[in-house]
Write a protein that binds this ligand. Structure first.
Ligand code: GLY
Length: 372
């Protein structure tokens, strides 16, 4: 294969190209891999169609005739009903087994698009071009695809890997500040569970500076490279999340429940990263109780997260509701709440069982912090 531009990290046989110029390699990759012989379909949401499609098209000739599939923005679009609508649109447009789906968007687009690709005619090829920070550092890599069921997140899906992922930080210039912040929560998660040195380097950056790093900034590229490399090490050893991959769920056990709960409220739901930041505050507290995390480490991390991320709506009355939602989570097992906790930054422990009282105490701790 001719050299394609960008740093290449291979995750579960999927090349991940990372760099400012990676879009110039997309056409060559598609041709070299003989993809899209029966047409190319681009899945975008309303926002990425408006703000990101032109940058992709400027760099691609092979996509000039692609059929654009559009969805609404946001988690609410990640449903079986949307997938069915997209399958019908692809059938009507004549998509075949050798068609290619290009997912241009954030985590919702890559989760849903991967799911659509996995199901269409029992599986067609797809590539991910993540445009959000959550997508670039996490969601678009590792082959997890899913839709939500009701308010429960990611309950139905497949492990089904893309043919390639192209991570171009230039897309981040189109991202609203709140969505950039949301992605930073996933980067902080990777540092806390996998890279104590990276966590220390993050702490050298005051929160406002970290949350406003411009797309071309060297530290942002370092953060992206480190998190993609970290995910690479995890996913290559445990693609199907039997054990090790669960480290990536740090902050997600309570975070997902808060995110699901917010779907019941009127107005915009919580952003994924904001919910994960709240979930990490709870998980750090539980780590001091259950896995020996030094309280001063908890304090530093908690302060950083509280300074950086908005409080999530949770009140004492909603603790039961949050735990009810958690009971459906696939991360939990036979009535026990299973957490990924830390004994220190870089030292995660998976499947730590916590009972209802311990979980309630962690949520109360969070409520006390954001209200105090
Ligand atoms: N986003 C968590 C994982 O890919 O396992």
């Amino acid at each position: 294969m001719k050299k394609l531009s960008g740093r290449i990290i291979t995750i579960e046989r999927t090349p991940v190209f990372l760099g400012q110029d990676v879009l110039s390699s997309v056409d060559r990759f598609i041709r070299q891999m003989h993809l899209g012989r029966e047409g190319i379909f681009i899945l975008a949401d309303k926002n990425t169609r408006k703000h990101c499609l032109s940058l992709l098209m400027e760099n691609s000739g092979v996509m000039a005739d692609a059929v654009i599939l559009e969805i609404e923005g946001g988690e609410g679009a990640k449903t079986l009903a949307t997938a069915e609508r997209l399958w019908n649109e692809m059938l009507e447009a004549g998509a075949g087994r050798n068609s290619l789906l290009v997912n241009l968007g954030g985590g919702v687009v890559s989760d849903l698009g991967g799911f659509v690709a996995a199901g269409y005619k029992r599986g067609i090829s797809y590539i991910n071009i993540p445009t959000s920070l959550v997508g670039q550092c996490d969601a678009a890599i590792g082959g997890k695809t899913s839709v939500n069921t009701g308010i429960l997140k990611n309950q139905v899906g497949f492990f089904y890997s893309p043919k390639a992922v192209f991570i171009c930080p230039r897309f981040l210039a189109t991202l609203p500040a709140a969505h950039f912040r949301s992605g930073m929560a996933e980067i902080i998660k990777c540092a806390l569970v996998g890279d104590a040195g990276l966590w220390r380097r993050i702490l050298h950056h005051p929160v406002p500076g970290l949350l406003s790093l411009p797309p071309g900034h060297r530290f942002l590229e370092e953060l992206l490279t480190s998190t993609v490399n970290f995910k690479n090490r995890i996913v290559n050893r445990d693609y199907r999340e039997q054990k090790l991959r669960k480290v990536l769920n740090f902050g997600h056990t309570i975070g997902h429940a808060l995110e699901s709960r917010s779907l019941l409220d009127p107005g915009a739901p919580l952003l994924h990263g904001d919910a994960v930041a709240a979930g990490m505050i709870c998980a750090l507290f539980l780590s001091t109780q259950k896995t020996g995390l030094d309280p001063s480490v908890n304090e530093t991390a908690r302060k950083y997260l509280v300074d950086g991320f908005p409080p999530c709506k949770a009140d004492l009355d909603s603790i039961d509701r949050i735990m009810e939602i958690m009971a459906h989570d696939k991360k939990n097992f036979r009535g026990k709440f299973l957490f990924t906790l830390l004994s220190a930054p870089g030292y995660p422990l998976t499947n730590i069982s916590c009972d209802r009282d311990e979980v309630a105490a962690a949520i109360q701790y969070y409520i006390g912090i954001v209200e105090g």
